[in-house]
Ligand binder design. Structure first.
Ligand code: G6P
Length: 613
C-alpha cells in the first residue's frame, strides 16, 4: 500500500498542494517520499527514503515549482526502502515519470523482457517497469494514451498510477486496477489521488474510478477510457459528470477513510489487502524457494508473538494437512526452552507483522546461531526481521495503525497458505496442476472476506450490545482452533472482556465446569470438523448460550434452538475459511469496545510493537 497524488492547475504552483496531500496520505506508507513536477516540458524528480517531514526538509521539496506535479509516499513491496527505489520512477531518458500503488505480479518476466531490449533499469521496483513500457509505445510513435493502454494491458496485478509526460506539461495521466484511485475536480485545478482526504484541501467534488479505467486530466478537462477485451473505449462526458459526487466528510473523519477508528477501517481494508497479498505472493519465486527449504529441513519451527503466533498455528495446520510436513509452532518468548533441539539446516519460519518484535528477533538470532535457516514473514520491508532472515516473504498488507492486528493477520495467513501449498508441491504431495488449483482458490479470498464482513457486521453489533457477559469461551477444532484463539485475543485486548479459546474437544477435561445458565460460548465450525456439533449440544445441555459460526456450505448436524444460534458465513472450503470466520470476531471486539466507551485503536497497557523482552 502506498499513497499517490497528482495535481494540475491552470496557474500557480501546485507543489504545496501535493505536499499537503502527501501529509494526509502518509498513513498509507511512510518509508520514502518523492515528488515530480513538469516544469514547462522538463520533468524534475526529487525523492528519498525517510518520512515526509524529514525528506521535505532534506531535499527542500518546498522549493520545487510547477503547475503540474505528482507525489508519492511509499510502503515498500518490491525492493528495500532506499532512495533509488523511492517513487517517482522514470523511463530511460527521464521524459516519463510515474507514481504507483499496487503490486505487479508478472514483474520478473517483464523485467527480463525490458532489460533484454536494452532498457536502463535503475531500481528494483515493479513500478519502474511501467514507465519503460509506456516509453516503448511513445517511442514507437503512439499517442501517450495509446502507449498507456498498451502498457497497462501488459500488467498482471494491481495498480493505481499517476503519470507525467514531459511533452504534455499540463496533463496527468492515470490508470486504475484493483488499487484505489479517485479524481477531484476544482476550479481551474484537477487532481488524482489514492483517497479522499488527500484532496479535501482542493475540492469536495470527487469521482471514484473503476478497475480498468484510465485517462488524463488537465486543469479544465478530463478524458476517461475503459479497457475491454477488444481494446478500449472512451466514456461519454455525461457518464463522467453523473459519477462526480460532492463529499461531506470532515478532514478528521476522512483521514480514517470515513471510519471513526483505524481498527474498523483496517477490518474493512482486508479484501484490498488480501488482493495485494495474493498478487505479490501467488507466483513469487521466493515462496517456492522457501518451500523447498522447508521440505528439505530436518525440523521446521514456526515462531511468532500474539496474532502472528496464531497465523503461525494456521501455517502448521496447513503444512501438515497439505504437505504432510510436521512443524513445531512456538510462541516467540518460549524459544529458548526448545533451543537445544535446533540444528544445522533446520528451518525457522518467523512471523512478525512489524518485523521488530523483540522476542521473535531473539528467537531468530538464537536459532540462526545454531545453523537454522530463517524465513521471515513480515509486513515491513527493511525491518530487523527482513534484514536478519535468509529469505523474506512480504505480506503486503499496507501499514496497520490500530494496535490490534486485523488485516495483517489475514494477509499473513494467505502468504503462509501459499507457502504450505508450494511445500506440498515441492514434496510431491500435490502435483503442479493440483497446486495451481489450490493457489487459484485463494483468488476468491478478497471476495470471501468482503462478504464475511458484510454478514458479520449486523450480528457483531447486535451481540456486542448484550452487556452482561463477564467471560466467554471461543472454541474450535482443527483449523477452527487458531481462528478461535485469534478471536478470543481480539475480544480480550480491545473489549477488555475475558475470553478463553481452547480446542473444543477439551471441554470435558475441565473448562465445562464453569458453564452455567447463560454462559456465552462461541464455536468456530470449520469444514474439517463436523464433530463440533456435539460440542455445541453438550454446552447447550448445561445452559450455555451457544453461538455457532459456520461456513454456509458446511453440513452440520445441528439446528437453531433457544440455546443454539447458528451464524452463517460465506463458504468455499477449507482454504477460504480463515477469511470467512475471522472478521466476525474482529467486529465483535470492535463494537463491544466502542459500546463500552473504550478506544479500540489504543487499548490500555498495549503497544503496536513490543521491542522489549
Ligand atoms: C503486539 C501487538 C499485536 C501483535 C504482536 C506481535 O502484541 O499488539 O497486535 O500481534 O505484538 O507483533 P508482530 O509485529 O511481531 O506481528
Amino acid at each position: 500500500m502506498c499513497g499517490i497524488i497528482g495535481v494540475t492547475a491552470r496557474d500557480g504552483n501546485v507543489v504545496p498542494l501535493v505536499l499537503e496531500g502527501l501529509e494526509r496520505l502518509e498513513y498509507r506508507g511512510y518509508d520514502s517520499v518523492g515528488v515530480a513536477v513538469n516544469a514547462g516540458g522538463r520533468i524534475l524528480v526529487r525523492k528519498a527514503s525517510g518520512k515526509l517531514a524529514d525528506v521535505r526538509r532534506r531535499l527542500a521539496l518546498d522549493s520545487l515549482v510547477g503547475s503540474t506535479a505528482i507525489g508519492h509516499t511509499r510502503w515498500a513491496t518490491h525492493g528495500a526502502p532506499n532512495d533509488v527505489n523511492a517513487h517517482p520512477h522514470e523511463d530511460c531518458d527521464g521524459s516519463i515519470a510515474l507514481v504507483h500503488n499496487g503490486v505487479i505480479r508478472n514483474y520478473a518476466s517483464l523485467r527480463e523482457e525490458l532489460a533484454s531490449r536494452g532498457h536502463r533499469l535503475r531500481s528494483e521496483t515493479d513500478t519502474e517497469l511501467i514507465a519503460h513500457l509506456i516509453e516503448e509505445g511513445v517511442k514507437a510513435g503512439l499517442p501517450v494514451i495509446e502507449a498507456l493502454a498498451g502498457a497497462i494491458s501488459r500488467l498482471d496485478g494491481s495498480y493505481a498510477l499517476a503519470i507525467l509526460v514531459a511533452g504534455e506539461p499540463g496533463r496527468i495521466y492515470f490508470a486504475r486496477m484493483r488499487s484505489p484511485l479517485i479524481l477531484g475536480f476544482g476550479e481551474g485545478v484537477n487532481a488524482v489521488a489514492s483517497d479522499i482526504p488527500a484532496l479535501l484541501h482542493l475540492t469536495r467534488r470527487i469521482m471514484t474510478l473503476e478497475d480498468g479505467e484510465f485517462g488524463w486530466i488537465s486543469p479544465d478537462r478530463v478524458e476517461i477510457y475503459r479497457l475491454g477485451a477488444g481494446g478500449y473505449e472512451r466514456l461519454k462526458a455525461i457518464e463522467v459528470q453523473a459519477r462526480v459526487k460532492t463529499v461531506e466528510w470532515t478532514l478528521e473523519k476522512a483521514s480514517k477513510g470515513g471510519y471513526p477508528h483505524f481498527m474498523i477501517k483496517e477490518i474493512y481494508e482486508q479484501p484490498q489487502a488480501l488482493q495485494d497479498t495474493y498478487n505479490g505472493a501467488v507466483e513469487a519465486p521466493e515462496v517456492s524457494r522457501a518451500a523447498r527449504l522447508i521440505v528439505e529441513a530436518p525440523r521446521v519451527y514456526v515462531v511468532g508473538a500474539g496474532t502472528s503466533y496464531h497465523a503461525g498455528l494456521v501455517f502448521s495446520y496447513y503444512l501438515s494437512r497439505l504437505a504432510g510436513v510436521a512443524s513445531i509452532p512456538l510462541i516467540s518468548s518460549e524459544f529458548k526452552f526448545y533451543e537445544s533441539t535446533v540444528g544445522e539446516g533446520d528451518v525457522v519460519v518467523a512471523v512478525s507483522q512489524s518485523g521488530e518484535t523483540y522476542d521473535t528477533l531473539e528467537a531468530v538470532r538464537a536459532y540462526k546461531a545454531r545453523g537454522a535457516v530463517v524465513i521471515g514473514v513480515t509486513n515491513v520491508v527493511g525491518s530487523a526481521l527482513d534484514r536478519l532472515g535468509d529469505l523474506t516473504l512480504y505480506i503486503r498488507a499496507g501499514p496497520e495503525i490500530g494496535v490490534a492486528a486485523t488485516k495483517t493477520f489475514t494477509s499473513q495467513v494467505m502468504v503462509l497458505q501459499l507457502l504450505a501449498i508450494r511445500a506440498a508441491e515441492a514434496r510431491g504431495a500435490l502435483d503442479p496442476s493440483e497446486a495451481r488449483e489450490k493457489a487459484g482458490i485463494l483468488a476468491a479470498a478478497p471476495q470471501v472476506a468482503s462478504e464475511a464482513i458484510r454478514s458479520s457486521e449486523p450480528l457483531a453489533k447486535l451481540l456486542a450490545s448484550r452487556g452482561n457477559w463477564r467471560s466467554i469461551y471461543v472454541l474450535g477444532r482443527g483449523l477452527g482452533y487458531p481462528i478461535a484463539k485469534e478471536g478470543a485475543l481480539k475480544i480480550k485486548e480491545i473489549a477488555y472482556l475475558h475470553a478463553e479459546a481452547y480446542p473444543a474437544g477439551e471441554s470435558k477435561h475441565g473448562p465445562i465446569a464453569l458453564v452455567e445458565d447463560g454462559f456465552p460460548v462461541f464455536l468456530v465450525a470449520t469444514s474439517d470438523s463436523p464433530e463440533i456439533a456435539g460440542n455445541a449440544l453438550e454446552m447447550a445441555a448445561r445452559g450455555a448460550d451457544v453461538m455457532v459460526l459456520k461456513p454456509s456450505d458446511m453440513e452440520l448436524d445441528l439446528k437453531s434452538s433457544e440455546r443454539i444460534r447458528i451464524l452463517s458465513m460465506p463458504g468455499g472450503g477449507l482454504l477460504l475459511e480463515p477469511y470467512s470466520l475471522t472478521p466476525f470476531f474482529q467486529l465483535l471486539a470492535y463494537y463491544k469496545a466502542v459500546q463500552s466507551g473504550y478506544d479500540p485503536d489504543k487499548p490500555r497497557n498495549l503497544a503496536k510493537t513490543v521491542t522489549v523482552e
